[in-house]
Design a protein around this ligand. Structure first.
Ligand SMILES: [Zn+2]
Length: 69
């Protein structure tokens, strides 16, 4: 983690402050455990763009690109 820029530190000073902030918001959310729509447990991880898997009930489903809707 670099200062307050977090994972967007890899972009250095490029692309502008606001855009990096927006990317950081998305990256933080996509790494967090999401809530499963089937068993309601917070055990869902993002597998790929729009694909999520619940490690509790083992269901795989599609949703939004970065987080569960
Ligand atoms: Zn589940």
């Amino acid at each position: 983690m670099t200062k307050k820029v977090g994972s967007t530190g890899r972009f250095g000073t490029r692309y502008g402050r606001k855009i990096r902030k927006r990317v950081l918001d998305i990256e933080v959310r996509q790494r967090q455990k999401q809530t499963c729509p089937y068993c309601k447990k917070k055990q869902v991880k993002r597998v790929a763009t729009g694909i999520f898997r619940c490690s509790k009930c083992n269901s795989k489903f599609t949703s939004k690109a970065y987080e569960v809707a």
